[in-house]
Design a protein around this ligand. Structure first.
Ligand code: 13P
Length: 287
C-alpha cells in the first residue's frame, strides 16, 4: 500500500524502533526490497536519489513502476516512495510524478533560505497529502557527486526547521554517506540529545546507515531516530554476490546470457541485507 511516511514514522518514534529507507536503482532492487518488507510484515521507505531517478528514465517511470509493483505483487505493508536529498526543483518534479514523500535538502543554503524554502514545501506537501523531510547540518561523504563534510547540526536551527511543520528531520550528527573512514569519530550522541531536547517527538532521520556499529544504531533509536537510510550496503552486497557468481563461471543452467539469471544472486543478497536491517531496526511485524 503506497502511503506517506508520516504515520509509520510517528508510530516508530513512539514505539522505539526505526523504519528503514532503502534506496532503489532499478526494478530488481525495488522488487527485492518490497518482497522482503512484505515477508517481514514491516513498513518500508523506498528512497530515490535524483541520480537514480534519472537513471531509471525519470521520476514518473519510478512512481508508476512502484505503484504497479505494489499492486501486482500484493504488497499490503505500508510503503512510502520518497525523494532522497532533493533539490528544490527536484522536489517539485517528484510532487508532479506522484511520489508520496519528499526530502528537501536545504542544508547547504544559509539557514534563513533553508527555512524559507522548507516553509514553502511544507505548504505544498500539506495540500498534496505528502510527507516532507528536511535537513539541517550537511551529512558527510559523497552521494551522487555531492560532497558533504559531516557537520553536527545546530539544535536551535533544527528547532526552527522542525517548527515549520515538517514530518521528519535529518540532523547531521557526524554521520557520513558511504563507508566510514578508519579514523571516524563515531556519532555525536551529545548533538543528538541536544536536538531531541529541542524538537521533542519529531521523528529524526539517520542518513549514512551503512557501516554504523549496531550499538550506535540502537542508541540512536533510543534517542529519537525513527528512520535510517541504507544505500551503500545494498550496493556492496549486490555487487559482491553478482560478481562472485559471474566470476565463478557458472554455466547459469546453459543460459549465461540471461539477465534474469545473472542478476538473481544480487537480488537475493539485497533481500538478506534488508532482512538484517529490518531486524536490527526493530520494524518487523510493525506493519
Ligand atoms: P549509505 O549509502 O551510507 O548507506 O547512506 C544512505 C543514505 O543516507 C541515503 O540518503
Amino acid at each position: 500500500m503506497l502511503t506517506t511516511a508520516t504515520d509509520m514514522l510517528n508510530k516508530a518514534r513512539q514505539g522505539g524502533y526505526a523504519v528503514g529507507q532503502f534506496n532503489i536503482n532499478n526494478l530488481e532492487w525495488t522488487k527485492a526490497i518490497l518482497l522482503t518488507a512484505q515477508e517481514m510484515n514491516s513498513p518500508v521507505i523506498l528512497g530515490v536519489s535524483e541520480g537514480a531517478g534519472k537513471y531509471m528514465a525519470g521520476f514518473k517511470v519510478v512512481a508508476d513502476m512502484v505503484k504497479a509493483m505494489i499492486e501486482e505483487q500484493n504488497i499490503t505493508v505500508p510503503v512510502a516512495l520518497h525523494l532522497d536529498h532533493g533539490t528544490y526543483e527536484g522536489c517539485y518534479k517528484c510532487i508532479e510524478a506522484g511520489f508520496s514523500s519528499i526530502m528537501f535538502d536545504g542544508s547547504h543554503y544559509p539557514i534563513a533560505e533553508n527555512v524559507e524554502k522548507t516553509k514553502e514545501l511544507v505548504k505544498v506537501t500539506r495540500e498534496k497529502g505528502m510527507s516532507l523531510e528536511a535537513e539541517v547540518g550537511s551529512i558527510g561523504g559523497e552521494e551522487d557527486g555531492v560532497i558533504g563534510q559531516g557537520e553536527c547540526a545546530d539544535p536551535d536551527e533544527c528547532k526552527a526547521i522542525a517548527d515549520l511543520g515538517v514530518d521528519m528531520l535529518a540532523a547531521g550528527i557526524g554521520n557520513i554517506h558511504g563507508k566510514y573512514p578508519e579514523n571516524w569519530a563515531g556519532l555525536s550522541f551529545e548533538t543528538l540529545e541536544a536536538v531531541k531536547e529541542k524538537v521533542g517527538m519529531m521523528p529524526l532521520v539517520l542518513h549514512g546507515g551503512t557501516g554504523i556499529p549496531e550499538d550506535m544504531i540502537k542508541k540512536a533509536i533510543s534517542l529519537g531516530v525513527a528512520k535510517i537510510n541504507v544505500n551503500t550496503e545494498c550496493q556492496l552486497s549486490f555487487a559482491a554476490a553478482t560478481r562472485k557468481y559471474i566470476e565463478a563461471g557458472k554455466d547459469l543452467e546453459g543460459k549465461g546470457f540471461d539477465p534474469r539469471k545473472l542478476l538473481a544472486p544480487g537480488a537475493e543478497a539485497i533481500k538478506n541485507t534488508v532482512r538484517e536491517k529490518i531486524t536490527l531496526f526493530g520494524s518487523a511485524d510493525k506493519a
